[in-house]
Design a protein around this ligand. Structure first.
Ligand code: FDA
Ligand code: NAD
Length: 434
């Protein structure tokens, strides 16, 4: 049986893997010392592109244009880069068994990979409606989006089904980004939001109200307060209708589902400590097993600012946790110490010509500021979250780079506020003077 041995193995070939490889290279890796094993067929790329420009009708970005690390303004790591650095990219290879005690990984084709240090970067997989046995959820033309193969299937159907009716199931990140991308492709789009408003876990009703009106103006229909309870298909097996739990029926030629993600920890069940659905790590991304690190979506790490363990499913943390873990690996080899991870949560999205950023924690009471009238020529607004008299979180739509930096700083510094009315009046100016 084929067997390969490496000093370092990164398992997974997504965002965190790419940024980890770059960090290893910065510290210097010897040829043949590091391998990335990925079930995807391509080198690590910036996953966020898939739900945005990749689906647009005009000049969509394609690989190799968005390989990491262009998303953070860094050098683009083309497949040749890995070759030059002597980093082995083992692609189209799914690991189906991991034995952490024996430091061994086994692929679906029976290949064995040995490592001294393992970095788990398996990310998340989509939650499927078939997981909940939703009747008819296996009909044709029901799509999910996680990897480039999924995006390519969407691109194909976008090309082949002009003017079709699309139902987007879910009102989270995938819901809002895919509804916009498909509307830009001129489809008749309905977004199914089970809660009272979209992006329910992050947005306030005031924030969501702006985006929902904007979407409706763009022609996206928003159906709230019910879930997809079943699908009917035509005689060709293609989806025809979405049946809602409350009895409503919506016609659909294409369905795109975004009902959440699940971290891929299954390979390590019973071998490593878990917490909050992820692999538990310390502030250096070390797991409970010596020489095993976990980064990106799979890691449940100490969020120092809020003194709690948390898992974060966003790209900024994938990049930064990767860099922190590799720095920690290298420091421990050199007998040095580095600072613990001290992360400020940062989420963002772009839809149509809108763009928002959020920093910090969305806890406590909220103060809305600015102009959130979607009919305004240049709407610009934000929200502060206030707990114990201090700002914990800040959201801004349409901010300039300086203003976005200012809201990041305000969420990090957590200044006390004297009056909510004054804060509402000052708006972004309050953050800008911190
Ligand atoms: P990631 O999912 O990137 O990579 C995991 C890798 O591991 C994949 O290559 C997978 O194939 C591989 N793998 C898993 N199991 C394996 C096995 N057993 N064997 C071999 N390989 C295996 N965030 C944000 O902040 N802003 C944004 O705009 C977006 N946009 C966005 C769009 C879309 C479509 C998605 C799906 C996600 C986003 N995100 C985002 C979230 C962000 O992309 C996500 O948090 C990071 O990609 C996480 O990076 P990881 O490297 O942890 O996982
Ligand atoms: P999500 O958790 O953001 O949203 C899931 C949505 O699906 C919620 O509105 C939820 O209520 C709804 N839902 C749950 N069960 C449902 C059901 N049975 N029927 C209808 N709706 C249901 O997850 P997502 O939007 O699927 O995103 C997947 C992953 O990709 C997440 O990790 C997310 O962070 C990531 N992502 C991030 C971005 C970004 O940061 N800009 C963009 C795209 C994807």
């Amino acid at each position: 049986m084929a067997e390969k041995s490496f000093q370092y193995v990164i398992l997974g070939g997504g965002v965190a893997a790419g940024y980890a490889a770059r960090e290893f290279a910065k510290h210097g890796v010897k040829s043949g010392e590091l391998a990335i094993i990925s079930k995807e067929a391509v080198a690590p790329y910036e996953r966020p592109t898939l739900s945005k420009g990749y689906l647009f009708p005009e000049s969509p970005p394609r690989l190799p244009g968005f390989h990491v690390c262009v998303g953070s303004g860094g050098e683009r790591l083309l497949p040749e880069w890995y070759k030059e650095k002597g980093i082995e990219l083992i692609l189209s290879t799914e690991i189906v068994k991991a034995d952490l005690a024996a430091k061994t990984l086994i692929s679906s084709s029976g290949k064995t990979f040995k490592y001294q240090i393992l970095v788990i970067a398996t990310g998340s997989t989509v939650v499927r409606l078939t997981d909940f046995r939703v009747p008819g959820a296996d009909a044709k033309n029901i799509f999910y989006l996680r990897e480039i193969d999924d995006a390519n299937k969407l691109v194909e159907v976008i090309k082949s089904k002009k003017n079709a009716k699309v139902v987007v199931v879910g009102g989270g990140y995938i819901g809002i980004e895919l509804s916009a991308a498909l509307r830009i492709n001129n489809f008749d789009v309905s977004m199914l939001v089970p809660e009272s408003w979209c992006m329910f876990r992050l947005f306030t009703s005031d924030i969501a109200g702006f985006y929902e009106s904007y979407y409706e103006k763009k022609g996206v229909k928003i159906i709230k307060g019910s879930v997809a309870a079943g699908f009917t298909a035509g005689s060709n097996g293609e989806v025809k209708e979405v049946k809602l739990k409350d009895g409503r029926v919506v016609e659909a030629d294409i369905v795109v589902v975004g009902v959440g993600a699940r971290p891929l920890t299954g390979l390590f069940k019973g071998q490593v400590a878990e917490e909050k659905g992820g692999i538990k790590t310390d502030g250096f991304f070390k797991t409970s097993v010596p020489d095993v690190y976990a980064i990106g979506d799979v890691a449940t790490f100490p969020l120092k600012m809020y003194n709690e363990l948390r898992r974060v499913e966003h790209v900024d943390h994938a990049r930064k946790s990767a860099e922190q873990a590799v720095k920690a690996i290298k420091a421990s080899e050199e007998g040095k110490a580095i600072e613990e991870y001290d992360y400020l949560p940062y989420f963002y999205s772009r839809e149509f010509d809108l763009s928002w950023q959020f920093y910090g924690d969305n806890v406590g009471e909220t103060v809305l500021f600015g102009d959130n009238n979607p009919a305004s020529p240049n709407p610009k607004f934000g929200t502060y979250w206030i707990k114990d008299g201090k700002i914990f979180g800040a959201f801004l739509e349409g901010g300039s780079p300086e203003e976005n930096k200012a809201i990041a700083k305000v969420a990090r510094v957590q200044p006390s506020i004297e009056s909510r009315d004054l804060l509402a009046e000052e708006g972004i100016a309050f953050a800008s003077k911190i």
